[in-house]
Ligand binder design. Structure first.
Ligand code: MGD
Ligand code: MGD
Ligand code: SF4
Ligand code: MO
Length: 732
């Protein structure tokens, strides 16, 4: 039995280190270096299809192989998210199949904290026994699974947990956009699409297409800017999309709610709102008008540090361009999950867009039907049992959509003794969802932690068992869809490591070992067949052969004047008692962030974060070529505003110390005018804490390093930017 110690693993990765010292490689060089060994240059090229697994966009792609080895990948021309182009991390992440840090065998944690390789049979048998014991003692509600939705991962994880009778299925959303999802759920149910191609003005609040990339969206935005689309960028940082904007509103972080309330105040007091829309498609407007009457631009100026005249100007400009104007629904930073006021901020954006009357209008926002898959019925798909209890945490966060749940409240459940057994699929909560030490400590209290991953993530370090998945390019998956396009991940290359197993096989075998095998008597192909059954034959054929196909959709809605809200009464609710259940007001109101740095204390800041175009969350931390770009361009430096840096005696490239109530971390400073003085900024992708992921070791800080373990009381989001840090220069 091989004992996997930290040193052993470090030794194994010297080959990767050699690649890293070569400096930045062109894409052509990567291909040669990673896969096309000598004599293969003229080998026959095979092409298959997949969807990228490096972020939730799941861009369609073609996989080119020679002699069963990956040669290159190319964006699908028909997939709406790629439209022919993939981003750098998509290319980089495809190489993960060959990464030296791949898990190649099931692992079991030893008493001394090291891991030993064990057989799949032993892993299944021991996990099965522990699961059965937990169920016998505490019921299936003491089990939980968290996954970052991927086609097979989402399907198998959910069915696995539901087959026990447990509804404890969670996503990454508590660290992404749970506050926003909660706000939509109780105003209009779901997020609409944006009609960028016909819009005249778009306000982005904490969203940067150039950093948090979706290739087709970025190209489309650039074309629309050429056409004359006016962008207003609200971001404490001059981000990688800001150069396309006419206005950069460098807001004090955590105060976007004040800006939106004040813009609403301008539209209401100056009667610039869409009266027909308000009359026909909303309820509670009078209460809303009353609620925002004191939130003047002057009031907001104090809080946001933006000039009152500018707030008034942009509000009037948006109203002038309405209904071809909207606040883009955004994603993580400003109101996805970051602050105590994030749910209320998201709610305010939805209501502001209602004032513009943009829903259902050309150049505004609209709803459209997507692909409808067939049901899983018949003898192969046994009906799942009734759940024994509600989702854990749903009583505490009654407004939170249970399709996401709060994966952070689960960690609290371990500490309380409510949750005993945890499974994680393609999910790295220990460094990504809240404070690493705090989350890890809680995981260590559980009876059973099983992590299914492709590398030794920070979460895997806290597992009792680690199960090695294949990478996406080595497996076939159940279907998924984007808009009216369906896709099926096809297997592009044979398994690189014989003892890894694809997600469907792992869950099917785990289910058998845990006594719920009767619910998994089907193959991935059976799921695909059942789900694509309603499609016309030529679409089915194309999907199975090419992996991606357009599916005829009965009523793909277009902006036709009616908003077609997905809720029951086709109206937006400006005021609603439903919010009282979750601890918010019936009416919208200003809510302070939990922490607010005092700008008079020159060393006090808020730590905020954002994506960098070449990395995905924590998962690209060990991709040598992407990490090399970080090193070459010092992308792991922490941004600090020039004036504040000067006051602290900090210069570009200086070593700094960042400390907070939860930790102290060293970093290197990037001194810049392009950041609000009250905050420091880091890219979200560094500060790895797994000794097995050596490529990114020692680079930067994690965006969660200084955020305490806490939750927004209204949605269970992780409040990832509620923190207070102190910065000082370190002696060289
Ligand atoms: N390259 C890359 N792209 C990705 C991903 C990735 O990991 N890497 N992940 C995908 C996922 S899952 C997501 S959720 C999206 C996230 O996409 P975005 O929501 O665009 O995410 P961020 O880059 O985290 O934040 C956007 C901007 O918000 C700013 N910001 C921070 N705090 C505040 C604030 O208080 N107010 C305002 N107004 N702005 C603030 C940051 O400076 C940053 O420039 O990206 C997706 N695309
Ligand atoms: N530090 C930090 N925290 C963050 C973010 C960040 O950028 N940095 N972003 C926030 C946001 S917006 C989101 S959406 C969440 C995302 O949070 P997660 O969904 O947890 O994303 P990652 O942190 O990238 O972790 C994904 C894990 O999946 C593994 N993995 C990759 N491919 C496969 C595969 O094929 N099979 C299996 N089984 N595992 C695989 C990776 O090795 C990694 O350990 O994190 C949030 N928290
Ligand atoms: S945006 Fe980039 S990382 Fe995300 S799925 Fe597309 S190619 Fe992959
Ligand atoms: Mo996200």
């Amino acid at each position: 039995m091989t004992k996997l110690t930290r040193r052993g693993f470090l030794k194994a990765s010297t080959a990767t280190a050699a690649v890293a010292t070569l400096g930045t490689l062109s894409y052509q060089d990567w291909q040669k270096q990673a896969y096309a060994s000598e004599g293969e240059a003229d080998a026959e090229v095979q092409i298959s299809s997949s969807t990228c697994n490096a972020c939730s966009n799941k861009c369609g792609l073609e996989v080119f192989t020679k002699n069963g080895k990956l040669w290159k990948i190319k964006g699908s021309n028909i997939h709406p998210n790629s439209l022919g182009t993939l981003c750098a991390r998509g290319h980089g992440f495809a190489t993960n199949a060959y990464n030296d840090a791949r898990l190649t065998s099931p692992l079991k944690k030893n008493e001394d904290g090291t891991f030993s390789e064990i057989s799949w049979e032993q892993a299944y048998q021991e996990i099965g026994e522990k699961v059965k014991k937990i169920i016998a003692e505490d019921g299936p509600q003491a089990l939980a699974i968290t996954q970052d939705p991927r086609p097979s991962g989402k399907f198998y994880s959910k069915r696995f947990m539901n087959a026990f009778g447990s509804q404890n299925v969670y996503t990454h959303h508590a660290a992404c956009n749970l506050s926003k999802l909660t706000a939509y759920a109780h105003t209009i149910k779901k997020e609409p699409k944006c009609d960028f191609n016909n819009a005249d003005a778009v306000m982005f609040i904490g969203r940067s297409f150039g950093d948090g990339i979706k290739p087709s969206a970025m190209k489309n935005l650039a074309n629309n800017v050429k056409r004359g689309l006016h962008i207003i960028m609200v971001d404490p940082r001059f981000n990688a999309t800001a150069h396309m904007a006419k206005d950069w509103l460098a807001i004090r972080p955590g105060t976007d709610l004040a800006l939106i309330l004040a813009m609403s105040n301008v539209l209401v007091t100056e009667e610039l709102y869409d009266k027909d829309f308000i009359e026909n498609y909303t309820t509670g407007f009078d209460e809303f008008a009353e609620a925002v009457k004191d939130y003047t631009p002057e009031w907001a100026a104090e809080i946001t540090t933006l000039p009152a005249s500018k707030i008034k100007e942009v509000a009037e400009f948006m109203a002038e361009k309405a209904p071809k104007a909207f606040i883009e629904p955004s994603w993580r930073a400003a109101f996805g999950c970051s602050y105590y006021n994030s749910t209320e901020t998201a709610r305010a954006t939805i209501l502001f867009n209602a004032l513009l009357g943009c829903y259902g209008k050309k150049g505004g926002m609209y709803y459209g039907d997507g692909v409808k898959f067939g049901k899983l019925e018949g003898p192969k798909f046994k009906k799942l049992p009734e759940p024994v209890a509600p989702q854990y945490g749903s009583d505490r966060f009654p407004l939170t959509p249970t399709g996401s749940g709060s994966s952070v409240v689960v960690a609290e459940g371990i500490e309380k003794g409510d949750i005993k057994g945890l499974f994680y699929y393609q999910s790295n909560p220990v460094i990504g969802y809240t404070n690493a030490e705090d989350f890890g400590k809680r995981l260590d209290m559980a009876d059973l932690v099983v992590v299914i991953d492709v590398q030794m993530s920070e979460t895997a370090m806290h597992a009792h068992y680690v199960l090695p998945d294949t990478t996406y390019i080595e497996r076939m998956e159940v279907p998924s869809s984007t808009g009216t396009v369906a896709d099926v991940r096809l297997q592009g290359i044979p398994k690189v490591h014989e003892n890894t197993r694809p997600v469907d096989q792992i869950f099917t075998e785990l289910a058998e070992a845990c006594g719920i095998g009767e619910y998994f008597t089907f193959t991935v192909q059976d799921v695909i067949d059942a789900q694509i059954a309603p499609f016309p034959d030529e679409v089915k054929e194309k999907l199975l052969k090419e992996g991606i196909a357009k599916v005829p959709v009965e009523n793909p809605k277009k902006p036709d004047g009616d908003p077609h809200f997905p809720n029951d009464d086709n109206k937006i609710h400006f005021a609603d008692d439903v919010w009282l259940e979750g601890g918010l007001g019936r009416n919208i109101q200003w809510i302070e962030p939990k922490y607010m740095p005092n700008p008079d204390n020159i060393d006090e800041f808020r730590l905020i974060a954002g994506k960098q175009s070449i990395h995905s969350h924590t998962m690209t931390t060990n991709i040598p070529h992407l990490i090399q770009i970080t090193k070459d361009y010092d992308l792991d430096r922490v941004w600090i505003n020039t004036k504040r840096a000067e006051a602290l005696g900090i210069k570009e490239g200086d070593k700094i110390e960042i400390s907070s109530e939860v930790s102290t971390t060293p970093a290197i400073a990037h001194v810049t005018e392009r950041l609000h003085p009250d905050c420091i900024w880091t890219a979200s992708h560094y500060g790895t804490k797994s000794p097995y992921l050596t490529e990114g070791a020692g680079l930067g800080i994690s965006s969660m390093d200084h955020t305490p373990f806490h939750m927004e009381p209204f949605s269970g989001s992780n409040m990832s930017q509620e923190n207070l840090v102190h910065v000082k220069k370190m002696e060289a």
